[in-house]
Each structure stands twice: as structure tokens, then as C-alpha cells.
Design a protein around this ligand. Structure first.
Ligand code: NAD
Ligand code: MG
Length: 299
């Protein structure tokens, strides 16, 4: 589809669907198949240029959304990929495995819940064993559950959001670092919420601020090993995270309309920055946070 082609000069405002969208509640963690309109993860559009030839990547949250787009792009750029996702997301994940294999790369599916430290350690070990090493760690998995009132935000939710978004990231980085060679890269997924928090995301927004600070601190710690650590901070993106509880349902029809573009981003529009940060092309870039926000500029 011409509108999905990222290599044709066109107006980015009208490149992808604009609100209104239908109401479409899903149960977390959701599936790409219930998104209306359908999301673009680069399935029919992303071209590889050999920028990650021979690289070995672990991607969490790789079944859907931004992680799926990163997985498709990494594979088409020449990387073998270990994918993590929740066991309930097997159907979405199988499609990503097929897309990676269609690109001629190896796909290693490792489902499991990253809120377990033991699982995070096993995930990294298994990924490195199956791929014969590891040199890209891409942390995309995340939990976002909107609550309009602090009175309804339970301690359990608050702690689970931090455990999923921040503590698991720490566990995965900690387990991976001894295995990473010089030149390896870690890419974390923050959010515009780190800088412009919504009133409904009292737990989620500070996890994303924590990811920004963690990324900068870790980058300084490992720079001497030749390992780079950066983060991507997306604005509103059209993924299952949002209609499956990430937003109050009444915010879904106009989702993304608050950006200067007047529309949400599509996962395919986020993938190129993950590729750049994974590749040796970004050799002089570390400790940075890159906004992909449709014009809501980061500070
Ligand atoms: P998504 O629902 O497609 O992806 C999130 C993934 O997180 C899920 O597919 C699931 O596999 C994984 N996950 C959640 N809890 C897990 C757990 N306990 N164990 C293992 N995996 C778990 O949605 P997305 O929007 O692509 O989200 C990807 C990342 O982007 C998240 O970190 C999210 O916070 C961030 N982000 C999204 C937006 C947006 O508007 N969609 C904006 C800014 C940042
Ligand atoms: Mg998913």
C-alpha cells in the first residue's frame, strides 16, 4: 500500500490513519488483530540494507506493537533474533517468527513473564546460547494501565508497573552485560510520559522517567567496555497497549489527536531509530534519549 511505504516522499501528516477511531476495548496484553484500523509494523514496507548483518538481538515485547516493528526491521537488516513475550501472546509471536524466518534469519521464541528475576536470567542465557552470542539487547516490553483517580490505583498495580517496566529492565541488563562484547548496544524504551506525564498514568509515567535516568547512568558505567546504552521515547503509538487498558476507553477514539501531527504514530515509524541505535552507525551516540513524538518535542 502506497501509504505504508516509508521510502516514498509524502506528507507525514496524512501518511497514516487519523482519528476518529472506533471504540475497541481489549483485555491486556491485547493483540494486534483487534486493532481498528490495522497497525503498520513494516510487514509489507520495511526494506533492509544490511545494517545489522550477523548481529544477534534479544527483543522483549516482540510479539506486537513497537517490539514487533523492531523485530521485523532487525531481521531484514540481517540480525538473528530471540523474541520474548507473554505466553498468552503466542499467536501474535508466531507471526513475528514467520516474518523473521521469511527474511532468512533465525528466530528463537522465548515466552515468559519478565516480572520474575529468575526468568529474566534464563531469558538472557537462553537467547545467547541459541544465537551463539548476544550483541543487541532491546527492552521494549512494558505495562501501562490507566487509572483516573489515585484512590483507584492499588499498591499492587503501582508495584507491578515498576517491576515490569523498571526492575525487569535492570535484571535483563544485569544478566546480559557479562555476555556483551565491545560494540554491543542496549536500547531501552522510555516514553514522552517521562517528560509530559498524563494525569491517568501516575504509576507508568514515573517508570519511564526512571528508564531515562537508568539509561543515562548505565551508559556511563559501561562506556569503558565499549558498550552503548540509549533509549527511544515514543509519543502515542497505535498498539494493543492502549485499547487494552493503557488509556481510559473514552480516549481511544481521539488517540493521537493531541499531537501536532493530529494522529498516532505507527510502529513502523519507530523501527528505524531502533535500527540506528543498534547498528555501528551510531558509534558515537550513547546515553541519549530519542523522541519519536509527532512533533511534541522532548525537553
Ligand atoms: P504492546 O502491547 O504491543 O507491547 C507491550 C509488550 O510488553 C506486550 O506485547 C508484552 O509482550 C510485553 N509485556 C508486558 N508485560 C510483560 C511481562 N510481565 N512479561 C513479558 N512481557 C511483557 O505495546 P507497545 O505500545 O508496542 O509497547 C512497547 C513499549 O513502548 C512499552 O515499553 C511501552 O511503554 C512503550 N511506549 C508505548 C507507547 C504507545 O503509545 N504505544 C508510547 C510510549 C512508550
Ligand atoms: Mg503484545
Amino acid at each position: 500500500m502506497a501509504t505504508e511505504n516509508q521510502y516514498t516522499l509524502q506528507n507525514p501528516l496524512t501518511q497514516y490513519p487519523q482519528p476518529e477511531f472506533p471504540k475497541q476495548p481489549q483485555t491486556a496484553p491485547g493483540t494486534v488483530h483487534e486493532l481498528q484500523p490495522k497497525a503498520d509494523h513494516g510487514e509489507t514496507s520495511y526494506k533492509g540494507f544490511g545494517r545489522l548483518a550477523g548481529r544477534k538481538a534479544l527483543i522483549t515485547g516482540a510479539d506486537s506493537g513497537i517490539g514487533r516493528a523492531a523485530a521485523i526491521a532487525f531481521a531484514r537488516e540481517g540480525a538473528d533474533i530471540a523474541l520474548n513475550y507473554l505466553p498468552s501472546e503466542e499467536a501474535d509471536a508466531r507471526e513475528v517468527v514467520a516474518l523473521i524466518e521469511a527474511a532468512g534469519r533465525k528466530a528463537v521464541a522465548i515466552p515468559g513473564d519478565i516480572t520474575s528475576e529468575a526468568f529474566c536470567q534464563a531469558l538472557v542465557k537462553q537467547a545467547a546460547e541459541a544465537l551463539g552470542g548476544l550483541d543487541i539487547v532491546t527492552n521494549v516490553a512494558g505495562k501501562q494501565t490507566a487509572q483516573k483517580d489515585i484512590a483507584d490505583l492499588t499498591t499492587e498495580q503501582f508495584e507491578l508497573t515498576f517491576r515490569t517496566n523498571v526492575t525487569a529492565l535492570f535484571w535483563i541488563c544485569k544478566a546480559a552485560l557479562p555476555l556483551l562484547p565491545p560494540g554491543a548496544t542496549i536500547i531501552n524504551t522510555a516514553s514522552i510520559q517521562a517528560y509530559q506525564p498524563s494525569e491517568t498514568l501516575l504509576d507508568y509515567a514515573p517508570t519511564k522517567s526512571a528508564i531515562v535516568a537508568f539509561t543515562k547512568a548505565l551508559s556511563k558505567q559501561v562506556i569503558g567496555k565499549g558498550i552503548r546504552v540509549n533509549a527511544v521515547a515514543p509519543g502515542p503509538f497505535w498498539t494493543p497497549l492502549q485499547p487494552s487498558g493503557g488509556q481510559p476507553q473514552d480516549k481511544i477514539p481521539a488517540f493521537g489527536s493531541e499531537t501536532p501531527y493530529g494522529r498516532p504514530g505507527q510502529p513502523a515509524e519507530c523501527a528505524p531509530i531502533y535500527v540506528l541505535l543498534a547498528s555501528q552507525e551510531s558509534s558515537y551516540i550513547t546515553g541519549e534519549v530519542f523522541g519519536v513524538t509527532g512533533g511534541n518535542t522532548l525537553p
